[in-house]
Design a protein around this ligand. Structure first.
Ligand code: BGC
Ligand code: NOJ
Length: 811
């Protein structure tokens, strides 16, 4: 069942039923000010850091669902409703929510009155804007009252939800004209405040939640709206809010527009006050003035559209398959950008109070946005690398505000170092900017330890090389990509963190997955060395890689698939003799992507086993059979009920690894089949089962063992976005950046007759047409550039600004 549809021309998803199975959200903002906004106008805003600079309050995991947001109440005689349906939930005559690129538009109508809320965060400014349009489509005059309403957060979202003995006494506001200033803690150490404003003087306002909602009132039935109107309350402590009232008289066919804003203002210490007790509002007034009329809102919207069109134009596909086009051209790239902005911090599943920037996560996200924003990718790589320890290992995460590594989830995840090579390699292939390798980069955020970035990659490689176990496979440390496979943890106390408990280095626990990574990204390191003429180093590295590859093919091979690991006792994890957890997806994907067993046949057999043992109609499960009881020696993976998360869920992140692996073996049909299984646009019809947004990937879908098989969770902030974009753009459609230019090697479903890609690459524009008249899955017969055949399959690097037409003939 569908709850809406795609509008590809406008690059929007249009929700037509507000009762979506879960809130379906959008992200507004792409610089420093952000807003999460749901299809019923729920959500929250923050500046830079969703925990420490939270502007509006949000109660996660609440019933009713999604209660706080950017509310607008419409009072029309005795009837009260919201254009976004929530929280009053009055039946509407019509409803739609259009989530676009960086903006959202909610429209609702009832009894001949239609109201539209358009929200966006303007480029270059720290505020959220909301334009409200009210139209009387009836035949008689209407007297309508409008009430916008938001609830302020007392800045630190964790403290806000916990430290009530203090917080109930610190709330402070000022009201001046059409603006409400939230200034809690400004009297002491903060030099920032929030301001909610409208571009016309309201007929009433409230700043105390009790006054607006009523002490036992609720957002679904605010006393002010249902009864006597706003009271002009000034909040002293308790819960400061911003609510306003506008009494409008609308002739038939008349429209009124109002602009609202929610801004974040910082003042220099010496300019905090206008006079004792009264905050300096100069910067706020300037912000309000910037958006005082409809034209300024229109301008902000058009700047935003230009910005997004520019970003997405770096990879545009015309394939004849509208679902594929919309994933590649719009939503997959958009989601990649959201992961760039948010990492794993704020979504409707990540509370914004916990996880910062992950070392491994950020390196992988980069694979999906490096072609869109190479300059910012460069900065990101250097930030990540600066948190690396001198021995090559890494903090598992770092804080976006300070850019310093932290030990909240520990260190010693032994895949981390290799992801730095993966990310840097992707950047080099995209940009050809070798100067990044010379950038002096701290170790452990200590400038006295700084070395060129190249040295960081070397230490990454060497760390794995010098941390091998008894089978010659890399030691796993705390865990590898699978945070929940904790082979050295042995936790018996409830609530203890699986990620930080136990020794990070066990005596022997080894990972076949990291071995696959070492082969794949070790070879990338070798290519980098060769490019820099570090021939001896390259050759020495190749020998180490060959040894590990051999170890994978002997100790790591189980007969029909690659094993997952050896535990701390030296027992096989992910082998046919295991009681449960006999086969895992990760090593099949990574080892085949690394080319292991490609010539000797293991790769082919491993992928067949994936099909036979792990594949379902909704995607490929992480492992089988699911673990049915907690196992001390395996850790968190066995803590989840069967079918959920890492315990045999369909973990969307590693499905594209199998897609890439299938193309390595030339299986275009199969690769595309698997790609479609989890690609949101293809499963829009089963939204009532899938439940999360049909325009973005989720981290996981419940596996076949779960009672809710097919149900997705944790949408938006997942490495799935980057990896699926890599799988479709580089492996299936086959436009792959290399150190020397764009390589063309499509591996497509046989019935794809032809497609066209416009790819921006190192400043030039490549207009590539691929024809497949013989309906093959792989194989390039001829490539012409500007009408002339080229040797091999790598397009040369063109001058910046050049535009070239390329024709590829498959067969
Ligand atoms: C989750 C993992 C996640 C980890 C991060 C675990 O509870 O299952 O998906 O990577 O926490 O700390
Ligand atoms: C989510 C984490 O963000 C990611 O780093 C990890 O690889 C996966 N979970 C699998 O455990």
């Amino acid at each position: 069942m569908k709850y809406g549809h795609f509008d590809d021309i406008r690059r929007e998803y249009v929700i037509t039923d507000p009762r979506t199975p879960l809130p379906w959200i959008n992200y507004l903002g792409s610089e420093e000010f952000f807003t999460l906004f749901s299809n019923t106008a729920g959500g929250y805003a923050f500046y830079k850091d969703a925990r420490l600079r939270r502007l509006t309050r949000y109660r996660y995991n609440n019933a009713p669902l999604d209660q706080e947001g950017f509310r607008l109440y419409v009072r029309d005689g005795n009837s009260v409703w919201n254009p976004g349906w929530q929280p009053v939930q009055a039946e509407l005559d019509s409803y739609s929510c259009r989530h676009g690129l960086g903006y959202s538009v909610i429209s609702g109508s009832k009894d001949s009155v239609s109201v539209t809320q358009e929200l966006l965060v303007p480029q270059g400014d720290n505020c959220l804007l909301m334009r409200v349009t009210v139209e009387n489509a009836g035949k008689s005059e209407k007297r309508i009252s409008l009430f916008p309403f938001i609830e302020f957060c007392l800045w630190d979202a964790v403290d806000d939800g916990a430290n009530f003995q203090r917080n109930y006494s610190i709330g402070e506001v000022e009201v001046e004209g059409a603006a409400i200033y939230h200034k809690s803690e400004y009297r002491e150490r903060r030099n920032h405040y929030a301001v909610f404003w409208s571009n016309r003087i309201p007929d009433g306002f409230d700043t105390s939640r009790d006054a607006f909602l009523g002490a036992y009132g609720s957002p679904a039935r605010p006393e002010a709206v249902f009864g006597k109107g706003c009271t002009g309350s000034i909040a002293h402590g308790w819960q400061p809010v911003a609510a306003q009232q506008f009494d409008l008289k609308l002739e038939p066919c008349k429209t009124e527009k109002l602009i609202f804003g929610l801004g974040y203002i910082e003042n220099p210490q010496e300019e905090k006050w206008l006079r004792p007790g009264i905050i300096n509002k100069e910067r706020a007034s300037a912000m309000i003035a910037r958006y005082s009329d409809d034209t300024s809102f229109e301008n902000a919207l058009s700047v935003l559209k230009t910005y997004w069109n520019g970003l997405l134009s770096s990879y545009q596909l015309e394939s004849g398959d509208e679902k594929l086009n919309r994933m590649v051209n719009i939503w997959n790239q958009y989601q990649c950008m959201v992961t760039f902005n948010m990492s794993r911090s704020a979504s409707y599943y990540e509370s914004g109070t916990g996880r910062g920037m992950g070392f491994r996560d950020s390196c992988q996200d980069l694979l999906g946005f490096v072609h869109i924003i190479p300059d910012r990718a460069r900065e990101r790589i250097l930030d990540i690398a600066a948190t690396q320890f001198p021995d090559g290992s890494a903090y598992h995460q770092y804080q976006p505000l300070t850019k310093k590594g932290n030990l909240a989830v520990g260190s010693g995840f032994n895949d981390d170092p290799l992801w730095l090579i993966a990310g840097t390699d992707a950047y080099l292939r995209e940009t050809g900017d070798w100067s990044i390798l010379n950038e002096p980069t701290d170790f452990d955020n200590d400038p006295s330890l700084a070395e060129p970035l190249l040295e960081h990659l070397r230490r990454s490689f060497n760390y794995i090389k010098t941390h091998l176990g008894p089978h010659g496979l890399p030691l796993i440390g705390r865990a590898d990509w699978n945070d929940c496979l904790n082979l050295n943890c042995f936790s018996e106390s409830p609530g203890e963190s699986f990620q930080t408990t136990g020794p990070s280095e066990g005596p022997v626990a080894e990972s076949v997955f990291i071995a696959g990574m070492f082969v794949k990204y070790g070879r990338a390191w070798v290519d980098i060395c060769r490019h820099l003429d570090l021939i001896e180093e390259a050759e020495a590295a190749e020998k180490e890689i060959a040894k590990v590859e051999q170890a994978v093919l002997s100790a790591g091979w189980d007969g029909k698939w690659f094993r997952r690991a050896f535990d701390a006792y030296g027992n096989v994890v992910g082998g046919q003799d295991c009681e449960e957890g006999q086969i895992f997806i990760e090593p099949q994907g990574m080892c085949v992507m690394a080319g292991i067993g490609q010539e000797t046949g293991e790769a082919e057999i491993a992928l067949q086993s994936v099909g036979n043992r792990l594949e379902t109609k909704y995607g490929i499960m992480l492992l089988q059979p699911a673990y049915t009881r907690y196992r001390l020696e395996l850790g968190e993976i066995t803590s989840y009920p069967p079918g959920y998360k890492e315990n045999a869920g369909i973990f969307c992140h590693n499905n594209p690894w199998i897609v890439c692996a299938e193309t390595m073996l030339g299986h275009g049909n199969r690769a595309f089949d698997l790609y479609r299984k989890t690609a949101p646009a293809y499963i829009e019809d089963i939204s009532e089962i899938h439940r999360t947004e049909p325009y973005v990937y989720s981290q996981m879908i419940a596996g076949a063992d779960a009672p809710s098989f097919g149900e997705a969770k944790n949408s938006w902030l997942t490495g799935t976005a980057a990896w699926t974009f890599v799988s479709i753009s580089q492996y299936i459609l086959g436009i792959q950046p290399t150190l020397n230019g764009l390589q063309i090697n499509p591996c497509i479903p046989r019935d794809l007759h032809s497609f066209r890609i416009v790819r921006r690459y190192r400043g030039a524009t490549y207009r590539i047409t691929v024809d497949n008249p013989e309906h093959v899955e792989q194989g390039v017969r001829e490539i012409t550039l500007g009408g002339k055949p080229i040797q091999g399959s790598v397009l040369p690097v063109l001058d910046s600004g050049a535009v070239a037409d390329i024709h590829v003939l498959m067969g």
